[in-house]
Design a protein around this ligand. Sequence first.
Ligand code: GLU
Length: 507
Amino acid sequence: MNKKVRVRFAPSPTGPLHIGGVRTALYNYLFAKQNNGDFILRIEDTDQNRYVEGAEKYIIDTLDWCGIPYDEGPGKDLGHGPFRQSERKLLYKEYAEQLIKSGKAYYAFDSAESLHKHRKEHEKKGKTFIYNWHNRLKLHNSLSMSPEELQAKLDKGDSYVIRFFTPQDEVLHLKDIIRGDIQIDTNILDDKVLFKSDGMPTYHLANIVDDHLMEISHVIRGEEWLPSLALHSQLYDAFEWEAPVFAHLPLIMKPEGKGKLSKRDGEKGGFPIFPLSWGNSIGYREAGYFPEAVINFLALLGWNPGTEEELFKMDELIKVFDLNRVHKSGARFDPEKTKWYNHHYLQEQEDSVLLNSFKPVLNEKMEKERAFDLSLVRNDDYIANVISLIKERASFVSEFWDLSDYFFQTPNYYNEKVVKKQWKENTPALLSKIASLLETLEDFSSPELENMVKTWIGNENLTFGQVMAPLRLVMVGDLKGPHLFDIMALVGKNETLKRIRLALEKL
Ligand code: GLU
């Protein structure tokens, strides 16, 4: 166990990363950092047909936004690169040939049409065609032809693939930290293609060769790769290389619990599936999530610390994360919980961060909708004070405007139901009285206001509700909002008096 911990995140640039991919990166990163190891980013782009422009940049931007920096990867080569498989393409062939020499792999010349035909024939009989020990001697490959025939084909440049030679009647003993020991009968496995006719390796070969050359100690990846483990572990044996330790992470399940979380679930449920926006799909970043919230909820999707604690930042996760405590069973995705986390991290943000995110919204309201009275928005301090009063009720900065519009504009609408209930016959008289009292107040601070109004209520033998509800209605237009005296103090004396007078005119 004195081997240096080196893990990799190895996405294929076939589109945007799913949030599950981000979790895979996160778990790798946490494991690396808690073991003083290296976290490597490798771009697995051997499948040229599935390559999507912009996907690699998307992956890197995502890691960046999430705060998951890689120690080695594209643009950061400390001797194990390059880190794009397309740039390593020339080195895979010799490994495939090495396996041919040792009898662990063979050439196969079967045309796509003939394989298609076999598949169709099997389907008709309700069977599945697999290329392996039971039929390989009857198919068109180097096992079923003479050495001369083979040489002639190679000399002629006939197109071929290289397949792995899966042994017959063996039981493989596979190990996975999360799933324990797994036994597989080799007779059910097919002879997977390692090297394609286009001169490129398949995922399987490139992945194993690169993990070996990059000295990867632990392979931590999604459960969808568990079926490949049998082949991968045989490949390590075939090359006589020491295999890394494997850990296959549980699937992320739909909110309802059954089935894998998909893009469609996000569309249906109105929550993001991608970390950053991609095409028409809104990402977590653009939906107003903080990276801390995304990291926190992802960490707990498939792992738990064994305590009730649910709040973890990256540095804490690095300490407490435990690969041995990752669950085997799927982790149900809970969109409500992601909002709960965002609410928590919104409260923790620096004022300046919230201010900078809210200001563009205010500017837009001002420019496009001419929504508010400029004289009210005095400066950044004013906006920051507004934020500190309302943020407790918000999970997203995008909710700030609806929670705070009355700080920026005199209410031009009063909730009718509230008016009906709270605006009594004597209300105008009471409010006029208050207005004249307020006018005399020099220190228009929240405690002073509170003191004055409450004393007056007491002296006049009034009830609290008789005064406070209508006063809130004139200040806010409704019965919502933070502490009333905080609101009055912040908008100031002139504006407070203006609002009382306006309401007396209108109501
Ligand atoms: N390229 C594979 C993927 O896209 C990597 C799987 C692995 O980590 O071995 O997920």
